[in-house]
Design a protein around this ligand. Sequence first.
Ligand code: PL3
Ligand code: FE2
Ligand code: FE2
Ligand code: FE2
Length: 228
Amino acid sequence: MVDSVATLDFQSDIYRDAYSRINGIVIEGEQEAADNYIQIAELLADRREELLSLSKMESRHKKGFEACGRNLRVTPDLPFAKEFFKGLHDNFQKAFAVGDVVTCLLIQALIIEAFAISAYNIYIPVADPFARKITEGVVKDEYLHLNFGQQWLKAHFVEVKDRLKQANRENLPLVWRMLNGVEQDAAQLGMEKAAMVEDFLISYGDALADIGFTMREVMQLTAMGLAA
Ligand code: PL3
Ligand code: FE2
Ligand code: FE2
Ligand code: FE2
């Protein structure tokens, strides 16, 4: 366990080994997000331009994190990262295949964005100076992306409520599993799982409440799979 930034050695083998997987996850996550917004643009033709611009932002994020890896002379472990995202990727593709835009938005614009926001917020204070600058710029964009999904789902709340509950039930347990899968490597970077869970629950829970769920429903939704 690393307890403060003062103990982090960004050049050490142990730090760079953990970074190769985390950096891979973030690069793959940004690529996944870029692809997902292009597909969502096909389902929401009237918001096409906006969604394609979100996709371009994701591609820029990916480039930024690739630079963070190069800066530490780390090779991102992309095969590991692909496996890490497989569950959410497969569920997104299943939803897309049947034109289920509500599930696609829940997976990408709520779950993946809230996951990214929590990870980036917890990473910023313990990042190397180069990566900190990049991540600070990126996290601002992620709030806009979360807001896109939030606004659209809020505007259609009555029609999408049941589908959202179902999609949350199918996908949130995957996030808790992903957090467990990254816990050890994140700890090497000075990031605590409990802090990431807390930040995730704030972003995701606030979004669900704004979309229209009652506080009681938000509690039920966010607890889904937490124990598993
Ligand atoms: C959405 O725009 C991008 C999705 C990326 C998902 C990232 C999840 C990250 C989990 C691992 C935590 C480490 C963060 C460290 C940042 C270099
Ligand atoms: Fe992003
Ligand atoms: Fe994908
Ligand atoms: Fe994003």
